[in-house]
Structure formats: C-alpha cells, structure tokens
Design a protein around this ligand. Structure first.
Ligand code: ATP
Length: 386
C-alpha cells in the first residue's frame, strides 16, 4: 500500500503473537510473544496463522519523494488467512525451502516467505544477535487460502508470519526498531501485521497506530474476489495518471472521521451504519475500474444481489460488505453463489469469483483458521519449489 513500484495496500500477519495463532498446541510462547518451536517426531516446527486484511478506508493523501504515495487507511485483520509451518531444514539441505498448497501463487521463485526468512537471517546477523550458524536453514510449508493479488494483503501477512516463525525457530529476538525496519524492507503492508488487529496506517505503510478493537460482536464480512488479479503498482499508476474519485476529498474525510471514532472506541453497530460512506472511501476504486474492464458493472450487480453498499479492499479487486453476524454473511455468500450460477452476476476475469464469509478479528477474538469447505473458489493442491 504505497507508492508506485512495489506498493501494497495492507497486509496481515501473525508475525508475532498478536493475532498470530499457533496451529500446534505443542507450540509454547515465550515472554516476547514469539512461539517456541515444537517437536513433531524428531523435527522441530512452528505454525503461524497469517490473516488477511481489509482496508475499511483508503485515502491517497499525496506523493512522496521516493515515488510512493502517502496514505491514510484503516486496516483490520480478518479470520480468513493462510497457515505457515516452519521447521528446521533436512540434513544436507543447501537453502531454505518452501512448499505451497492451496491457491496458486504465480511468482513462486520470489515468494515473500523465503524473502522474509532470508531477510530475518541477515537482520539477526547484523544485530549481532548470533552468528550465521545460529540461524540455520529452514523448511516452510504454506497453506494458501487468501486470494493472491487481490487487495487482501496475503503476501505481506505471510512475510510477517515468516519473520515471527523464523525468529522463534532460532530462539532470538530483534529489538522493535530492527523488527520494524525488517518488516518495512519486505513491503509497505508488512509492518501492519506485526501490530495489533486494528490500526491506522499512514506514510507508505510504515506508520502504524494501533486502534482499539471494535466493541461488541465483531462485524462479519462477505468477500467476493473476481478472478482478475490486480497488481497494486499498476493500480497506483492508473491513479497517478488521473483515475481519481469524483469527490477527491471524500475518502480522506471519511477515513479521518472514522479514525477519531475508533480511537475512542467504535461499536459494531456504528461501523455497520457507515457502510455507504465506507463504500465511497477508497481512492483506488476508479483506478481499479480503469484497469479491470467489467469490474464497475460487477460491483453494481453485486450491490443489487446483496442489497447493500459494496466496498473495495485496497487496490482491489476484492469487494466486501459488512454484516451483523457470520450467519448473515454466510447466507449472503450463498445468494452470491446462486447469482453466479443464475447469471445475475456477470462473469469477469478467468473464472468464478472467490466467495467467502468471514469476520473482522480483534485481540479478544483472534483470527482462527477457517474451514476449507467454507471457502469457494479453485483451491487445489499445488506443490512448489524453493
Ligand atoms: P497488497 O494489497 O498488500 O498489495 P495484495 O493482497 O493485492 O497485496 P498479494 O496477495 O500480497 O497481493 O500478492 C502480491 C504479489 O506478491 C503477487 O504478485 C504475488 O505473486 C506475490 N507474492 C509473493 N509471495 C507471496 C505470497 N506468499 N502470497 C501471495 N503473494 C505472494
């Protein structure tokens, strides 16, 4: 979520204890919040949950000298997420390795999990925390459930989870400044995933102001992601070339007002009442429409099906709507699936959209792994690489 090349619009994490959930009951936690490695047979491993994020608002507030855009955006974590398992590499391995199952990630050779492990190792060595041999090679497995290049921050979340898992495997810590620098070096949205569940993000993503959780039962979210991946950098470029909202002040006005409300504690009901404002509070919406033919018509059709305003997360193309309960969001997901079958929703992109019902996660209701059968879309086995 930031500038031109390599920009991103949010992340999710589990990099540290906050929001990250060890899927392994045997994984303990030390005082730093980093899980300790657990023994699986003879092998040590640690499991981290890497939640998706949603941008409740996204205002572009200016250009920066480094080519990135400055943003004002409220991020929340979701209960939908990837699962990352990290263990020590097999004897004889010559490099860190990664195997991915679930959704396909096109750039397997460049996976942020491997980049994060490598960068964490360098940071550990640079910090004098240990010699290289104290940060041994790792083997990672990623169960990918967050749609890729969809504005849900999956790659950033995986990177944050990988940092946390690697440090825990090596039993080392970095100080807050080193950790923040490491996260920011991997992507603009990665720092968010090292923070609590709800935050105001400014700068290109490096300024993270934690906000209180939404009070009461957290709102549920319907996610609909057309299968037309949008590169964040391309969307910012379209924005820079003039694809702006009709009212250029609106997103910032809504975002600033929401930040004020959230600082003093906002209820689920109050957030739900602002659905129409939130739908208009994304400065990248028109840029996404400009790049993805059919997306505007899809949004209009979706709004008719769900009978409520539909918002865009980050640079898109993921669309979302809020519901009071998960049951209501699940019902809406069923309606949307039927609308796809009935042709009430136009098919755009390369296939049927990813459709899921989930919830906003908070400190008191941390993200929990979601059953695979709740997630629609093409999720088949994929083996990858190192
Ligand atoms: P953001 O909104 O943070 O820009 P996004 O949600 O739109 O991100 P991601 O799913 O994070 O998009 O993917 C962005 C790019 O990162 C894709 O081109 C993808 O190929 C690459 N990538 C590298 N590693 C990963 C990963 N572990 N998961 C997802 N994408 C990855």
């Amino acid at each position: 979520m930031s500038g031109n090349s390599g920009e991103s619009t949010g992340g999710a994490g589990g990099g540290d204890g906050g929001g990250g959930v060890s899927g392994d009951r045997r994984s303990g936690r030390d005082g730093s919040g980093l899980g300790r490695p657990a023994a699986s047979g003879a092998k040590l491993h640690i499991v981290r949950f890497a939640p998706a994020k949603l941008n409740l608002t996204l205002a572009v507030v200016g250009n920066r000298n480094d080519g990135y855009h400055a943003l004002h955006s409220i991020f929340v974590r979701l209960s939908l997420g990837d699962a990352l398992t990290v263990s020590t590499a097999s004897i004889g391995a010559s490099r860190d390795s990664l195997r991915v199952t679930g959704l396909t990630i096109p750039t397997v050779g460049d996976n942020l999990v491997l980049k994060a492990i490598a960068a964490a190792r360098s940071a550990v060595v640079a910090a004098g925390t240990g010699l290289p041999e104290l940060a041994p090679l790792l083997s990672a497995r990623l169960s990918k459930r967050i749609p890729v290049a969809a504005g849900l921050g999956g790659g950033s979340s995986d990177a944050a989870a990988a940092i946390g898992a690697a440090l825990a495997m090596w039993r080392v810590n970095l100080d807050a400044a080193a950790l923040a620098g490491l996260a920011a070096s991997l992507g603009s949205d990665v720092p968010f995933f090292l923070a609590p569940s709800v935050a105001l993000i400014t700068g290109r993503g490096e300024f993270v102001e934690p906000l209180p959780d939404i009070a009461g039962e957290p709102p549920a979210v319907l996610l609909v992601t057309p299968q037309l991946p949008l590169a964040t950098a391309a969307v910012f470029k379209a924005y820079a070339q003039g694809s702006h909202q009709a009212d250029e002040e609106l997103a910032l006005t809504v975002s600033e007002r929401l930040a004020v409300e959230m600082r003093s504690g906002i209820s689920s009901a109050s957030l739900l009442a602002q659905a129409a404002d939130l739908a208009a509070a994304n400065d990248l919406r028109r840029a996404a429409f400009a790049l993805a033919p059919g997306l505007r018509g899809f949004v209009t059709a979706l709004e008719k099906v769900v009978e409520r305003p539909v918002c865009q997360s980050g640079s898109g193309p993921t669309l979302w709507a809020l519901y009071k309960t998960l049951a209501e969001a699940r019902k809406a997901a069923r309606f949307v699936r039927l609308a796809v079958v009935d042709g009430k929703l136009p098919l755009i992109g390369v296939g049927e959209p990813f459709i899921a019902a989930t919830t906003i996660a908070g400190r008191l209701n941390p993200p929990v792994p979601q059953a695979m059968d709740e997630l629609a879309g093409a999720i088949g086995p994929r083996a990858v690489h190192n």
